[in-house]
Design a protein around this ligand. Structure first.
Ligand code: DAH
Length: 342
């Protein structure tokens, strides 16, 4: 084993490392040459077999070769790690200029949107929201509202009965007596929103379930002009600042006098068109002064108090505001319909 063998080995090993193409070839090279059983270490084992005077010089030479190969290997190893990383990053490239994916957002149902607007208008006038049961006693839905068992007005509403004295409320007016009894004299200024139920044929204009918002204000100085003011403000908030309302005499068992309230046609502005049947007006809701009997049933002295009441169909209001033709859309939950209201 000579210095010349060592030099030849070193050059051959360097060549071999340079031609190692990838990480596994480089690792293999390391095992072959620099691991404890590798060729470079074979030279160290030769040292002891040399004559003593040659050992020192050859030993140094072997150490230099090992150190030299180790340095070259370290560089090569680093390079190949960097190359592998670069290759991986190239594959993971992200184009930050791409437009982001659109998130699908839900939206509030058009009925919910309009209901919330209605709440806002009445909250602004000092009303609070009062919820009453959907499954209701006949007493609250009819009898206490001045419609005794054989009153002809009961025939106007096809009622879902649970049993003889329990039913699904046919109007939110059923909550009037409950609110008066619960809240007591002087403090009744409420709206009563929610679903009502009637056993009607489902058509483009009627559903078996629909929303109403009832209003009730009772006190010693309440009068018809309060009703007009409240409803005009309401109509303007929902249908535009220049809206007008019209009161027509009507009949409800629970109000006296009773009126129906119209707004100027939202389509033709009062000129007359098919939507308003050439009257220039659209029917909006029923209202009136609370009937003395109803006040008494609610626990009020009818000689000292008066009340105003009104009840509106929410679906109808949404239909008018958005020009929707088919009331059945509200409960179909067809997302193509609902998407128009996001
Ligand atoms: N409850 C009536 C209906 O369902 C609407 C109504 C009319 C409510 C006059 C009222 C009212 O409070 O005063 O058609």
């Amino acid at each position: 084993m000579s210095q010349a063998d060592l030099d030849a080995y070193r050059l051959a090993a360097i060549d071999e490392l340079e031609s190692a193409a990838d990480k596994s070839a480089i690792d293999a090279w390391y095992r072959k040459h620099l691991s404890s059983s590798g060729q470079a270490n074979q030279f160290k084992r030769q040292i002891g077999k040399l004559p003593p005077e040659e050992r020192r010089g050859f030993g140094q030479a072997v150490n230099e070769v090992v150190k030299n190969l180790q340095d070259i290997y370290d560089n090569r190893h680093k390079e190949s790690e960097a190359a592998a990383l670069a290759q991986r990053l190239a594959g993971e490239k992200v184009d930050v200029t791409l437009p982001s994916r659109q998130r699908r957002r839900g939206g509030l149902h058009p009925l919910t949107q309009t209901l919330r607007e209605i709440y806002q208008v009445f909250l602004g006038m000092g009303f609070t929201v009062y919820e009453s049961p959907h499954v209701e006693l006949d007493y609250f839905n009819f009898e206490a509202l001045n419609m005794p068992p054989h009153h002809p007005a009961r025939d106007m509403q096809d009622t879902f009965y649970v049993n003889e004295s329990v039913l699904l409320r046919t109007h939110t007016s059923a909550g009037q007596i409950r609110a008066m009894q619960k809240l007591g004299p002087g403090s009744v200024r409420v709206i009563l929103p929610g679903l009502c139920y009637r056993n009607e044929d489902v058509t483009t204009r009627s559903e078996m379930q629909f929303h109403q918002v009832e209003g009730l204000l009772v006190g010693p100085d309440v009068r018809m002009s309060d009703l007009k003011g409240v409803l005009l403000q309401f109509a303007r908030a929902l249908f535009g600042e220049d809206q007008a309302i019209r009161l027509r005499g009507s009949y409800f068992p629970f109000t006296e006098p009773s009126v129906e309230v119209d707004i100027r046609c939202t389509l033709c502005g009062g000129e007359g068109c098919r939507m308003c049947k050439y009257t220039g007006w659209l029917e909006l809701l029923g209202a009136g002064l609370v009937h003395p009997t109803v006040l008494e049933n609610g626990g009020y002295d009818a000689t000292k108090n008066r009340g105003i009441a009104f009840g509106m169909g929410v679906e109808r209001i949404v239909l008018l505001r958005h020009g929707i033709k088919d009331i059945r859309q509200f409960f179909r939950n067809d997302s193509r319909f609902l998407a128009n209201f996001r």
